[in-house]
Design a protein around this ligand. Structure first.
Ligand SMILES: CC(C)(COP(=O)(O)OP(=O)(O)OC[C@H]1O[C@@H](n2cnc3c(N)ncnc32)[C@H](O)[C@@H]1OP(=O)(O)O)[C@@H](O)C(=O)NCCC(=O)NCCS
Length: 188
């Protein structure tokens, strides 16, 4: 899945170009060993951004990265996705097909992980990638963020509101923010 997106770009001298057209692509990488290695290499940054200071030992973060990657790449109902700007990996996402649960609402997909590398943030890449993912996996979604991860909460509120034209439900339960919506009802 992919397409030209208007994002911002930072020139080597630090100047910012607005509405620069670049190709953002999202590739399903289930079964790709090199993609798994790349995700594993950036996973410690992801874990650290989600909950700064909660996993202080680098060794512990390393184990968690290896465990999580092995879990996703061993689950045939999961979609590990790499986000590419032109041909360069700049992030990853993990989309899980929902399994019935007693305490969670019935949905089709959950966004289990979503990450853009630190050097490429606030350029619009995350939002462009989300648009591609929600269109590809059309159905009922639930997206969850820790309330204390204020960047993620702002990001998801903004992209979900824009994608759905405000047609989504949000609840805050146990210090987590949850948005539920139907991506098949995209506003054009
Ligand atoms: C959250 C994250 C995915 C955002 O990716 P990104 O590519 O930087 O996001 P975009 O540039 O597409 O941002 C789109 C909009 O989201 C909001 N947003 C993004 N990052 C934000 C931040 N740090 N603080 C406040 N708002 C933010 C803004 O409204 C932004 O638009 P603007 O730049 O015109 O103001 C990225 O910061 C990240 O990977 N964080 C660490 C991992 C994480 O928390 N993942 C989410 C788990 S639920």
């Amino acid at each position: 899945m992919g397409g030209n997106s208007a994002v911002r770009a930072v020139l080597p001298d630090g100047r910012l170009i607005r509405d620069c057209s670049v190709t953002i692509r999202v590739r399903d990488v289930q079964g790709s060993h090199s993609a798994q290695l790349w995700i594993k290499s950036v996973y410690p940054d992801y874990v650290d951004d989600l909950a700064p200071g909660v996993f202080p030992e680098l060794e512990e973060i390393g184990h968690r990265a290896a465990d999580q990657c092995a879990h996703w790449f061993g689950d045939s109902s999961a979609h590990p996705l790499i986000i590419l700007q032109e041909a360069t990996p700049v992030g990853f996402a993990m989309v899980a097909k929902d399994r019935p649960s007693l305490w969670l609402p019935r949905v089709d997909y959950r966004m289990e992980d979503f990450f853009i590398v630190r050097a490429c943030r606030r350029l619009g890449i995350g939002e462009s990638a989300v648009q591609l993912i929600l269109s590809r996996f059309a159905g009922r979604w639930e997206i969850t963020q820790y309330l204390r991860n204020t960047a993620a909460v702002s990001f998801w509120r903004r992209v979900v509101a824009r994608y759905t034209g405000g047609n989504y439900q949000e609840r805050i339960v146990n210090d987590e923010v949850r948005q539920v919506f139907d991506s098949a009802l995209k506003v054009r």
